[in-house]
Every structure is written in structure tokens, then in C-alpha cells.
Write a protein that binds this ligand. Structure first.
Ligand SMILES: NC(=O)c1ccc[n+]([C@@H]2O[C@H](COP(=O)([O-])OP(=O)(O)OC[C@H]3O[C@@H](n4cnc5c(N)ncnc54)[C@H](O)[C@@H]3O)[C@@H](O)[C@H]2O)c1
Length: 365
């Protein structure tokens, strides 16, 4: 279990985690439950996650339902959670381009409903999962500081992630609901099941373990600020109780830049994949050639210090893939019929190291 100065603060607390079956939510729930929370309520409709990913611990109560369903919301708020971590969302850019109305419903209306219920039920702290990859726009100088936001965004997801922040600020200022808006940068780690709309790291590992070449959409010179999920959880624990966080926004990132080609090579080395990389055109919405966050504000105000470097984080992630390979194979979602990030690249779930032109195309997230 991760140790954290924040974890003690959750002893005997009732905590609601929306999206708690997801990549980050499942890791957060485990830490909260192991830190002695009285009850960790997970509200997740499993639209992009699997039940097996929710830790089986006695103080975790899993409720399968949508944040848009007021009956389910009444049910979870009956327990009067002290803290709400609102992580449920339609994720992410390409998914929102394929499903813009669902994106607005879940990320916009869903967030508004959660805020309304939280305010009425007297929640002490509302933590909203925002995105540093979404709301800074493509021409902001690096490292990205919290006030470099832009309205020139390139996907519905980016727009609705910003909308959620605006609602949080409104509820904070107008109703006095204590909201805080951590902005995650490229989270990765155990618990993220690969799929059509998922992030590059789980999809690269999934392919590498099948001996497939890793498809890079761009030149490989593009950079991202990859952040280990344990470090994101550590930041979430802090913003969930610290007074300094109220009303604020914080980048939760590693503060380090990694080139995609270096990431791909590292994953191929770690998994012993001899198949190298293939290049495809950059996706139209992908307007950011470099991403690097400033973590100065989070470090100064809430003592946030990421502690897992990429090499260590990738090893832990590959190990999680190996340990859960059958479940991952069964539940990863590379559905047919959607627009493909890499035209012609087919993800086969059945056969290892095979390519079948007959199978449907799938996106690499
Ligand atoms: N992973 C990242 O790199 C990253 C970066 C920036 C921000 N974020 C934000 O952090 C949060 C968590 O990200 P994640 O990577 O764990 O994503 P995820 O997709 O793994 O988790 C989101 C969860 O929400 C659930 N969900 C979707 N619609 C729902 C609905 N209507 N009702 C209830 N549950 C619903 C999904 O089933 C899923 O389990 C999201 O809000 C995301 O926008 C993630």
C-alpha cells in the first residue's frame, strides 16, 4: 500500500468515488479503503471499465449505475459522504469526437448533478478530475502553469472538462461548496485496461506483449508528461482534505517530458518485443506536440512530490499486465465500426502476434 501523509485523514470517513471502477478511480478506492475509510462508495456504470478492476475490500461498496440517474444519486448520497471524488467521465478525445452528445451529458450534465447533490447533502470537499492535457490549448509556453488555460480547444472532451471546472468554480463561489480541481497529465499504471479509446501506454504494452509493432501517430518526437497513477492518487488524497486546496486548481504531473519514440522503445525493451514501431499520421485533434507541466504550485501549496519515475512505473504496469493477462484479454475493448486512429492497423484479441485484414479496425487511444 502507498503511504501518504494524507491517507490518515480518511480514517472513518465516508467517501464517494464516481468512476471508481476506472483506471485512476480503482487505485484511489484501494488506497482510501486501506487507509481505514468507513465506507468507500463507488458509483460507476461500467461503460468503460470492468467490475474485476474494483478492489474487493469489505469497506468498498460498489454500485453499478450512472451519474445521470437521480435514483442512483439519491441512493449514494443517503450515506452523506464527507468527500466526493468525481472521476466518472466519458474518456477521452477520440471518444468525444465519436460521441459528442454523450460527452456533454456525462461530463457536463453529470458533473452539474454531482455538484447539486453534493451541495444539498453538505459534502465537505468536492474533488473534480480535470485534465491538464485538455484545457491548456496548444500554444501555451512550457512548462504549463495553472493560469495558461485557453478557449481554443480541439475536442468536445477538452471543452467539457473545462466546463466541469467552470461549474466547480461557480459552486465554490456561489454556494460555498468546497471544490478543488486537480488537473491530471497522462496518467498510467496498473488498473488501466487497454482499449480503443485508452491511453498510449496501456495500448503499447498490450501490443508489445503480443509481439506487435507499436503504432506512433506522428513522428515520435512528440512529448508527454506521463504520471504514475500512484502519484496522481497521492495528489488526490492531499487535495481531498487540505485547506490550502479549496477553490484552487493544481497540475498533478511528473514534471518530466518523455518523447513518444523513447516511450515505445522502453516498452519494447521491457517486454522483449522485437517488432519495433510503425508510424502513422497524427490525429487531427492532437494539436499538442509537447506537454510538460509545472508542478510548482502543487509542490508549494500542498506538498505534492511525484515519486515514481517512468522506468519503475512502466515495470509495475507491465507486471500488472502479465499478472492479469487473461482478464485483460477478455475485457479490453477494441470495438468495430469506429474511426481508426491508425488506419489499417487491426488489433486482434484472439491471436497473439497475428494480423488479420478481415477483422474490424480499431483505434489506438
Ligand atoms: N487517465 C488520464 O490520463 C487522465 C488525464 C486527465 C484527466 N483524467 C480524468 O480523470 C478521470 C478518471 O480517468 P480514468 O483514466 O480513470 O478514466 P476511466 O475511463 O478509466 O474512468 C472513468 C470511469 O467513469 C465511468 N463512467 C463513465 N460514464 C459514467 C456514467 N455516466 N456514470 C457512472 N460512471 C461512468 C467509466 O465506466 C469509468 O470506470 C476522468 O474524469 C478523466 O477525464 C484522466
Amino acid at each position: 500500500m502507498m503511504t501518504s501523509i494524507g491517507s490518515d485523514r480518511y480514517r472513518d470517513r465516508v467517501v464517494l468515488v464516481t468512476g471508481g471502477a476506472g483506471a485512476i478511480g480503482s487505485a484511489l478506492c484501494r488506497v482510501l479503503a486501506e487507509a481505514g475509510a468507513a465506507k468507500v462508495i463507488v458509483l460507476d456504470d461500467l461503460s468503460s471499465a470492468s467490475r474485476w478492476n474494483v478492489p474487493s475490500l469489505p469497506n468498498i461498496l460498489f454500485i453499478e449505475g450512472s451519474i445521470l440517474d437521480e435514483v442512483e444519486l439519491k441512493r449514494v448520497f443517503l450515506d452523506h459522504p464527507h468527500v466526493v471524488f468525481h472521476l466518472a467521465a466519458l474518456f477521452a478525445n477520440q471518444n468525444s469526437i465519436d460521441h459528442p452528445e454523450t460527452d456533454l451529458m456525462v461530463n457536463g450534465t453529470g458533473t452539474l448533478k454531482l455538484l447539486q447533490f453534493s451541495q444539498l447533502s453538505g459534502v465537505e470537499r468536492f474533488v473534480y478530475a480535470s485534465s491538464g492535457c485538455a484545457i491548456y490549448g496548444s500554444s501555451a509556453p512550457l512548462p504549463l502553469k495553472e493560469d495558461f488555460i485557453s478557449i481554443h480547444l480541439s475536442s468536445p472532451y477538452q471543452i467539457t472538462k473545462m466546463l466541469g471546472e467552470c461549474y466547480c468554480t461557480f459552486f465554490n463561489n456561489h454556494y460555498g461548496l468546497n471544490t478543488v480541481r486537480p488537473r491530471f497529465f497522462n496518467s498510467y499504471g496498473p488498473g488501466e485496461i487497454p482499449g480503443q479509446y485508452r491511453n498510449v501506454i496501456p495500448n503499447f504494452i498490450y501490443l508489445a506483449l503480443q509481439g506487435r509493432p507499436l503504432p506512433i501517430t506522428g513522428t515520435g518526437e512528440e512529448t508527454r508528461d506521463f504520471t504514475y497513477v500512484g502519484d496522481i492518487v497521492e495528489g488526490l488524497l492531499r487535495v481531498g482534505y487540505m485547506d490550502e486546496a479549496v477553490g484552487e486548481e493544481f497540475n498533478l504531473a511528473s514534471g518530466k517530458e518523455t518523447r513518444i519514440i523513447d516511450l515505445a522503445n522502453a516498452i519494447n525493451d521491457l517486454t522483449g518485443n522485437p517488432s519495433g514501431v510503425v508510424f502513422a499520421e497524427r490525429r487531427k485533434w492532437d494539436t499538442k506536440s509537447r506537454l510538460l507541466a509545472s508542478i510548482e504550485k502543487a509542490s508549494n501549496l500542498i506538498g505534492y512530490q511525484p515519486s515514481t519515475d517512468l522506468t519503475k512505473g512502466l515495470s509495475a504496469t507491465v507486471q500488472w499486465f502479465r499478472d492479469n493477462w487473461d482478464l485483460i484479454q477478455e475485457t479490453s475493448r477494441f470495438g468495430p465500426g469506429m474511426s481508426a486512429a491508425v488506419p489499417g492497423y487491426v488489433v486482434s484479441k484472439e491471436s497473439q502476434a497475428t494480423r488479420s485484414e478481415k477483422e474490424p479496425q480499431a483505434v489506438l487511444g
